[in-house]
Write a protein of this length. Structure first.
Length: 272
């Protein structure tokens, strides 16, 4: 097996760390100018596109023996995912007030938006992007082609799940008749968070794609981090913290619908 270019990859980690730090500074400056910080959610997807692009360019210089097609395949996958997510969030936020999460955070700790929102988010972004950075380095043999195909297939399942789930929710919430109701049809019939499940699959696909070399196991640290965050951190767990109080039917929805993995719905509870 061809040795992995650890020195080149280490240099790439430093370069991308600087890139995400600059993104945090720029995002904070824009947020201060706008007087609101929900734009950080838009920067989340775009930041990964930035990391993928910086990595592809850096790898071309630092590891010229590596296959260019694979580097730009990773850029394409990340750009499709990150670009769609940024566009979806920007469209969803248009015409709305500041996100309540940022209102509550800044009310508790005024003046700390840079550290608690932008810097923290970009640090997590850098960690999660490890498989993207690993995938751009090192030679690809027969096993590498296998994991590339497998990774793209898993990514495609996740991208489709997330895209369809977001579209179904957008149509549902756009109808005034559904105000206060719970979406329990389509993909939302099988999981309470099809968009988060799809997000996790996207990153597991990228993690698999990085396993062209044993060094790719490092990338699974980032995949595990985003999965835990989606299930227990700022994803599903945070969203459901007070949603039952705002949507009366949500408690019953929780009883019959899987929290994350898509599963057949359970039979409704019958009293007596």
């Amino acid at each position: 097996m061809t040795p992995f270019p650890w020195a080149a990859w280490g240099a790439n980690l430093a370069i991308t760390a600087v890139a995400v730090l600059m993104l945090a500074v720029a995002g904070y400056a824009i947020g201060v100018r706008r007087g609101r910080h929900d734009g950080a959610d838009v920067l989340w997807g775009l930041g990964f596109v930035l990391v993928a692009l910086v990595t592809a360019v850096s790898a071309t210089v630092l590891d010229p023996a590596g296959p260019a097609w694979r580097r730009w395949l990773v850029v394409l996958l990340v750009a499709l995912w990150g670009g769609r997510l940024a566009w979806h969030i920007a469209r969803r936020n248009r015409g709305r007030g500041e996100d309540r999460r940022y209102v509550e955070l800044l009310a508790r700790s005024p003046g700390t938006a840079f550290r608690k929102v932008y810097l923290t988010q970009c640090a997590v972004m850098w960690l999660v992007s490890l498989p993207v950075q690993v995938a751009a380095y090192g030679a690809v043999g027969g096993w590498g082609l296998v994991v590339t195909v497998a990774g793209v297939l898993v990514w495609a399942v996740g991208f489709g799940f997330e895209t369809v789930g977001d579209a179904q929710l957008a149509r549902f919430t756009a109808d005034p008749a559904n105000r206060g109701a719970v979406l329990d049809t389509g993909l939302w019939r099988f999981t309470r968070h099809p968009n988060y499940f799809g997000d996790a699959c996207v990153w597991w696909g990228l993690g698999i794609l990085a396993l062209h070399h044993p060094a790719g196991l490092v990338g699974l640290v980032g995949v595990a981090a985003i999965t835990v965050n989606l299930v227990r951190g700022t994803g599903a767990a945070l969203l459901e913290r007070d949603i039952a109080g705002r949507r009366p039917g949500y408690a019953d929805y929780v009883r019959r619908t899987s929290g994350f993995l898509p599963l057949p719905p359970r039979a409704p509870h019958r009293a007596g």
